[in-house]
Design a protein around this ligand. Structure first.
Ligand code: PMV
Length: 355
């Protein structure tokens, strides 16, 4: 483990570990200040996470503009610092308690930087949780902590709004009680089978994304299938919620795969058009479908906006699934890279780095 860049002033340190999440029903297309064009549902992950520790030093004066010191993986990182500073300054009315402190922030990801895994959900939610804990310390503000964390995370990165809750989170207005475009909520009734679901993330390519998610959301504005997509996503939300409640893995699996391919189809027919899958993405999908049919096992896939494949299955078939993944899918990954993950319990406060 690398040594931390922060001074060891335990009384002025706040830290959170926050996980990544994988959407089952995808958020693709937004409006206003990071408001989703359709609701989305995700599994909160466990092993793919960011750890962020913030050190705050009181200032003698009041700042009009916040400028943080930021270290990523033990090194100063200007690009990340600018992104964080611009987020904080844009929403300074929410973070007014930061005007009188100097922040030094250090962040680490449990997954390798070059693994092709997007880190904005885990990193932005970890940062926001630290800032709100600091607010709590300074102002004693404790009301709706997680709801506020979700709303502010959303303003930094839409999908980050879902990372602050355990197991399964829903973000976006729909007929489900309590749902909102402003923040995510934990889905109340989820069958226990999904709380220990596996997600083996197969790294097909570790290259930078061909299209950033902000550019991708923007492409939905002129997408010819936009309205059809939003209608379908809304229907998938209702069905997904029911299957999560009833523990119906196969019915859920069918929707999950549909959602993944629909996301990619939308990008293929955008202008400009993007094909984000690689030949091995398709080879893995074909192998999963063949294995499922031949062995009658509930093993499904989803994709994010890139070529890597998330293989989803219940804990009860762990041994068979692992053998299948190791023997048939791992050789299709770049350098045999895989992140073995599971549905998790959500963010946790930390006092020191574990990675
Ligand atoms: O949170 P953003 O702006 O990076 O968008 C994420 C979009 C997808 O990952 C493709 C889907 C989702 O709902 O997470």
């Amino acid at each position: 483990m690398k040594e931390s860049k922060l001074k060891k002033e335990a009384s002025r340190i706040i830290g959170w570990r926050s996980p990544s999440n994988i959407a089952l029903v995808k958020y693709w297309g937004k409006h206003g200040d990071q408001l989703p064009n359709n609701p989305s549902i995700s599994f909160t992950l466990s092993n793919a996470y960011t750890e962020t520790i913030v050190q705050y030093d009181p200032l003698e004066y009041t700042q009009d503009k916040i400028s943080t010191n930021f270290y990523f993986d033990g090194k100063p990182n200007e690009a990340f610092q600018l992104r964080i500073d611009s987020f904080i300054n844009k929403h300074l009315a929410e973070f007014d308690f930061l005007r009188k402190v100097q922040l030094s922030i250090e962040s680490r990801n449990s997954f390798p930087h070059s693994s092709g895994i997007a880190s904005s959900a885990s990193s932005m939610s970890a940062l926001v949780l630290c800032l709100l804990s600091l607010e709590q310390k300074i102002k004693g503000e404790t009301k709706n902590f997680l709801q506020r964390a979700s709303r502010l995370s959303r303003l930094a990165s839409g999908s980050a709004s879902r990372s602050v809750f355990p197991h399964v989170a829903l973000w976006g207005n729909c007929s489900i009680e309590g749902s909102s475009n402003d923040y995510a909520i934990p889905l109340p009734s989820v069958d226990s089978v999904f709380k220990s679901f596996h997600d083996d993330i197969l790294i097909v390519s570790a290259e930078e994304k061909a299209v950033s998610s902000s550019a991708g959301h923007q492409l939905m504005v002129d997408n010819p299938y936009g309205n059809t997509r939003y209608e379908r996503a809304n229907r998938h939300i209702i069905e997904t919620e029911a299957h999560l409640k009833n523990g119906n893995i196969d019915a859920l699996g069918e929707i999950i795969e549909n959602e993944a391919l629909e996301l990619h189809a939308l990008m293929m027919c955008s202008r400009p058009s993007y094909i984000l899958m690689e030949p091995n993405t398709l080879a893995i999908i074909a192998a999963i479908r063949k294995y499922r049919k031949q062995n009658k096992q509930p093993i499904y896939f989803t994709l994010d906006a890139g070529p890597n494949v998330h293989v989803l299955y219940p804990d009860e078939i762990k041994n068979e699934a692992e053998t299948f993944v190791n023997e048939s899918l791992l050789p299709l990954c770049i350098d045999n890279k895989i992140i073995r993950d599971k549905v998790g319990e959500g963010p946790q406060m930390i006092t020191e780095f574990s990675i």
